[in-house]
Design a protein around this ligand. Structure first.
Ligand SMILES: C[S@@+](CC[C@H](N)C(=O)[O-])C[C@H]1O[C@@H](n2cnc3c(N)ncnc32)[C@H](O)[C@@H]1O
Length: 322
């Protein structure tokens, strides 16, 4: 089965261009049509509505990396993986860790842009750093990832980054009004901040991990964001409140902990402003969240960004302050 991104027909071309630009479009298969929607076949998971289909092969030869593996291994190896720059990042069940080397070779041989492969051992600790083990290619986890026409360079073993948030960053960039004031409260290497600054926002980016400051500054420069359009504060958000103001838009993207910061950050959004709130929730428990925000906030948008575990999802809620 092949995962497909389902989009309305009116957005089909945009979605195709976007998937193509990040290497997610699986050209071994043809797109499918379904009741006014187009389903684009994927190389790896992206945000949005994903649907599993048999897939219509575009040619007789498939580029699924698993076809390079022995049949017994092929059947128990996951098809999906993430790509960050030239690094493929894959989660493997413990029992097939011993086959990491041939799996890494198959991934490198099947994906022209991939030069190294890392085993994903999970995102850990307060800085949300991904524990990685190199299983193919040369050592080192610094690479440059292209997304929405921007470049993000960082050490993926020291700073959080998720290519799966590309569509979410693109969505927010379309909402920004030039000159509006934005707080990116858990900024990481600043991918949200930079994407929104490109749309004309004036950004304050905050992150507690000292490594993020190095890479955020690098990325503001790499993407030609002038110093007048951003500031980066390396601190826990709760320790720098006196340096913050009122904002038109606040991004709270620390999904395992965001709920703890609602009371702290809601006073910082001005009336008419919006908080983009990312959190992990059991599916069907969105009511809990709405009551946490209180009556002055109105839910203007919500969606599942991606599944997180068999019972939970990473969700985004746009909460407008009235
Ligand atoms: C899930 S990551 C999101 C990073 C970024 N928004 C992105 O999309 O790539 C959460 C970030 O919050 C930072 N963080 C954790 N606790 C924090 C705190 N109390 N104050 C500020 N940043 C914090 C971590 O270092 C991490 O970079």
């Amino acid at each position: 089965m092949i995962k497909h991104l389902k989009v309305p027909e009116s957005e089909a071309q945009n979605a195709k261009d976007f998937l193509d630009s990040i290497g997610a479009l699986n050209t071994d298969f043809l797109p499918s049509k379904e009741n006014g929607s187009i389903l684009w076949p994927l190389n790896f998971d992206v945000e949005g509505e994903l649907v599993e289909l048999e897939g219509i092969p575009a040619t007789k030869v498939s580029r699924d990396y698993r076809r390079k593996l022995p049949k017994k291994l092929r059947d128990i190896t996951p098809r999906a993986f993430d790509i960050f720059g030239e690094i493929a990042i894959i989660k493997l069940p413990e029992e097939i860790h011993k086959f990491s080397e041939p799996i890494a070779m198959a991934l490198i041989q099947s994906n022209p842009n991939v030069t190294k492969v890392a085993l994903d051992l999970g995102v850990k600790g307060p800085y949300r750093i991904r524990e990685l083990k190199l299983i193919g290619g040369e050592s080192g986890f610094v690479t440059t990832h292209k997304e929405n026409g921007l470049k993000f360079k960082l050490d993926i073993s020291k700073v959080y980054f998720s290519p799966r948030l590309a569509m979410e960053r693109q969505r927010l960039s379309r909402l920004v009004v030039p000159e509006e004031r934005i707080l990116d409260a858990f900024a990481g290497a600043a991918p949200f901040s930079i994407t929104l600054a490109k749309s004309g926002g004036k950004v304050t980016a905050v992150d507690a991990n000292p490594e993020t400051e190095i890479w955020a500054e690098e990325n503001f420069n790499l993407n030609f964001i002038p110093k007048s359009d951003y500031e980066f504060i390396c601190s826990k958000i709760e320790d720098t409140l006196e340096n913050l103001n009122a904002y038109d838009r606040i991004i709270m993207n620390n999904p395992t902990k965001s709920l703890d910061y609602v009371n702290l950050l809601t006073p910082l959004v001005r009336r008419g402003g919006v908080i983009h709130f990312y959190c992990i929730l059991p599916r069907d428990q969105t009511d809990v969240l709405l009551s946490t925000f209180g009556p002055e906030f109105e839910l203007t948008f919500m969606r599942e960004v991606h599944p997180y575990s068999p019972t939970t999802s990473m969700m985004v809620f746009d909460m407008k302050k009235n």
